[in-house]
Write a protein that binds this ligand. Structure first.
Ligand code: ADP
Ligand SMILES: CSC[C@H]1O[C@H](OP(=O)(O)O)[C@H](O)[C@@H]1O
Length: 394
């Protein structure tokens, strides 16, 4: 990382975070503020500042390295600016589905934003058996609005290319390129899995057909600047309640293939489908189906209403675009299922299963499902095909 990037940077402490919050015009003058670092993610500090009435705000600060690994893994501070700008850009289309950004500081790499502590991180809630009736309606809407409006279908080509340049995010993309698309498909030292899964991992590393498809997915991720993605849309990046949904943490935002955001969210629902008993599974199946249905129908409506392309009404064009997004989504979902099982950075849906035999069985199922998604994605033509495949691999 360039020396200049950290020249004026100091990490906040709970104390300095309070001092910073007091300087903002947010709490009443002289309010008694308290501060707690609550970050449970892999990369950043998150300070929760509250006054005596319970009113709160969040200060998220990037560290000059990946928190999960330590100082041996330097990481650009620019990601804080990318995250704040992505929240604001996506907020232009779906203000009700992202936190409000109150202030930013590029040198100190922090973002001050709306406190969402009244909501629960969706992954934790789903694992606990919570139901979120609006989750797939809201995420389908979020995906359609943010991805359509930042694509060539929704923007003038000059604006789209300017935005793509603004959201160039090579360092964070490299993490995804390595951790999702490369390392799990080879015997790489970043991989992380229980000994009982060794033969399963080796089968992946020896599967040449799978590697070829992984290479194609990686190429798509590297080269297809279709829309401004969230870039890491898993259920740990979503806050939810029965009547609200908010998407946080778009520090991996960049111009990439639309199916990447759709696929990551679907894969994280699939983890729930895999780990739940029969009684709790239907609600997840419905969310998987509804996410695609809402996304594709809202995307189609926006296409009809707002697409300026000369080919907008060309027979079969919209269908062709949606078929590609669908195929990509299934493939990217497959890569996410595999990387969260044997790669670096797991999900608690699987790792939290206490019984060893059950945990290993569910992880094997996740690997089988991921492989099938990647290898069969060209044959799957509807979301019901995907759901049947998930069912057949139980
Ligand atoms: N706006 C917010 N309101 C309340 N809590 C938040 C907010 N943003 C983040 N958090 C808390 O901090 C945790 C980590 O945030 P996240 O943005 O996912 O960090 P990282 O980039 O390190 O993964 C979240 O799981 C959540 O508990
Ligand atoms: C060393 S980064 C690993 C992993 O962490 C990110 O997740 P999050 O910021 O939500 O904790 C992202 O998924 C990266 O792939």
């Amino acid at each position: 990382m360039a020396v200049t990037e950290t020249a004026n940077y100091t990490p906040l402490t709970e104390q300095t975070a309070v001092e910073l919050a007091a300087q903002l015009d947010f709490f009443p003058k002289g309010a008694a503020l308290s501060s707690r670092e609550i970050g449970d993610g892999n990369l950043n500090y998150v300070f929760h500042i509250t006054d005596e009435t319970g009113k709160g705000l969040i200060i998220k600060q990037a560290l000059p390295y990946a928190k999960v690994v330590g100082e041996s893994w330097p990481l650009t501070l620019k990601r804080a600016k990318i995250e704040a700008n992505a929240l604001k850009k996506h907020g232009e289309y779906v203000p009700h589905l992202v936190p409000e950004v109150y202030a930013t500081d590029e040198a100190l790499a922090y973002t001050v934003m709306e406190d969402l502590s009244h909501l629960t991180v969706a992954r934790a809630g789903l694992i606990a058996g919570e139901t979120y009736p609006k989750l797939s309606d809201d995420i389908g809407e979020y995906l359609a609005q943010t991805l359509f409006h930042t694509s060539d279908f929704g923007l003038h080509p000059f604006d789209k290319k300017r935005l793509a340049a603004e959201f160039s995010n090579p360092e964070l993309c490299k993490i995804t390129e390595d951790l999702i698309f490369t390392d799990p498909f080879f015997n790489n030292e970043t991989n992380d899995f229980e000994e009982a899964l060794t033969a399963d991992a080796e089968a992946i590393w020896n599967n040449k057909a799978l590697q070829l498809e992984a290479a194609k997915l990686k190429q798509s991720f590297l080269t297809e600047a279709e829309a401004l993605l969230h870039g890491d849309l898993h259920t740990g990046s979503i806050f939810a309640s029965k009547d609200e949904t908010k998407v946080i943490d778009p520090e991996f935002a960049f111009y990439g293939p639309i199916g990447f955001d759709v696929g990551l969210f679907l894969a994280n629902l699939v983890f729930q489908s895999i780990t739940r008993g029969e009684e709790g599974r239907d609600v997840i199946t419905d969310h998987i189906r509804n996410t695609w249905d809402v996304f594709s129908s809202r995307f189609s409506e926006l296409w009809e209403q707002e697409n300026q392309s000369a080919f907008k009404d060309t027979t079969g064009y919209r269908e062709t675009v949606l078929e590609k997004i669908f195929r990509d989504s299934v493939g990217f979902a497959g890569a996410e299922l595999i990387r969260r099982t044997i790669g670096l950075a797991h999900v608690s849906d699987l790792d939290g299963i206490e019984d060893d035999e059950e945990r290993i069985a569910r992880k094997r199922q996740a690997l089988r499902t991921g492989e099938a998604f990647i290898l069969k994605r060209a044959e799957l033509t509807s979301i019901d095909d995907v759901l049947s495949l998930i069912g057949a691999l139980r």
